[in-house]
Design a protein around this ligand. Sequence first.
Ligand SMILES: Nc1ncnc2c1ncn2[C@@H]1O[C@H](COP(=O)(O)OP(=O)(O)OP(=O)(O)O)[C@@H](O)[C@H]1O
Length: 453
Amino acid sequence: MPTKPDTESVAVLDADGGAGDGARQDVLMEVRDLQVHFGMRGGALARLTGRKKGAVKAVDGVDLTLRKGEVLGLVGESGSGKTTLGRTLLGLNRATGGSITYRGQDLAQLREGRLRPMRRMLQMVFQDPHASLNPAMTIRTAVGHPLRIHGLVKDDDEYDAKVTDALERVGLTPPERFLDKFPADLSGGQKQRAVLARAIIADPELLVADEPISMLDMSVRAKILQLMLDLKRDLDLTYVYVTHDLASAKFFCDTIAIMYLGRIVEIGPTDQVFSDPKHPYTKALLAAIPEPDPHRGVPRDLPRGEVPDAAQPPLGCSFHPRCPVALAGCGWEARDLRALLERRWLDLPPQEYAREKGLIGNLDVLSAPRLTTVALAPGKGHDSAELVEYLRQLREEASETEPREPFWRGVTTMREDGGQVVVEFAAPADPKLLPVVDSDVRVACHLYGESQA
Ligand SMILES: Nc1ncnc2c1ncn2[C@@H]1O[C@H](COP(=O)(O)OP(=O)(O)OP(=O)(O)O)[C@@H](O)[C@H]1O
């Protein structure tokens, strides 16, 4: 893959995370406290019992400043909200809250009718070029479609001239060979070139590209990214590049935003994020990039566990249940105790497992989200003294094992009370995205406290 070319407008963040005064006029889009929640329909039982429907917070308070000519990468595991954020920037998903300022208007508030003309300037490139092109349309019709929708040409000659120019720009040459072909006649790479031709034909300002190369052969991926960089340079484009692939983001992006469960946990110039990652999640993602040299070992895994359910995110920092260095105030709660017990029990022989599990009579109370105080009842044939002793033993064992289990930092109290054992956790705090001293990076992590700002 070619090395990342120098771009003229590398992003510079000021203390507020926005562009400095000099760069302010170069701001293309300003996103503030953006939220996109998807309602979940309750089942018949939920309706009967009057239980509230939940919501998935796909995007949960995102701030971004996108400058003209910038390539911003949205990176994170599946379900982190990258696609939803990208789509919302273009008005393809409606925002639940917050603002997206573009050309003096708030896209988050615009009605569909007023949004439509803006769409000419804001285009999306999807992952699957095959699904993006109507199999029954010729390339001429598909690529020129935006010209017709937005009424940008006066006659067929102008239409053909523009389609021909777009095909040339994306390397589908000579264009006459492609105009009357159907998508099925094209290779994957050629289809994605046609999709790019359609995306640029109406002279847009911003392209959101959602995993644009992930479904292509390895051999053409770098070529498509290079083509996108050439188009950006020639047509003054700005890109938002959605991917879970850090290697391509490193090559392609000026700025990287690392997303986790609907939030940006770290954002900054690509070289700084890669050379000196701050957030434990960023560090884990970078450590999980497979080594190109097979003699240097197997790919390392991401931290334990999976991305949690966005409908019931963890308290405090969403990453804390997987974080190897979490602190007391990172948001520990009852569910984390359950996860800890279950991880331990997985490794026990059946008899030991049954004995330990039998000590707790009401394990299910540990499933409720956001509980920072929980009362555990002893199991049949046991009492609270045995139960509290068991928990204290676990804590003791953990203090002697490396790497140190961070969960116990969050437990402030374990005491007997009225025949039960009350476990209390430290008050949770939501980490804010703050600038880190001596760097252009902002990070949402308690390891970099407010004093660092
Ligand atoms: N239309 C929808 N209705 C309900 N939930 C949705 C919808 N779209 C996305 N979600 C949920 O929002 C969360 C974020 O999804 P999103 O697709 O934006 O993440 P992503 O990081 O792009 O993941 P992927 O890489 O798998 O596409 C997920 O929990 C997802 O299930």
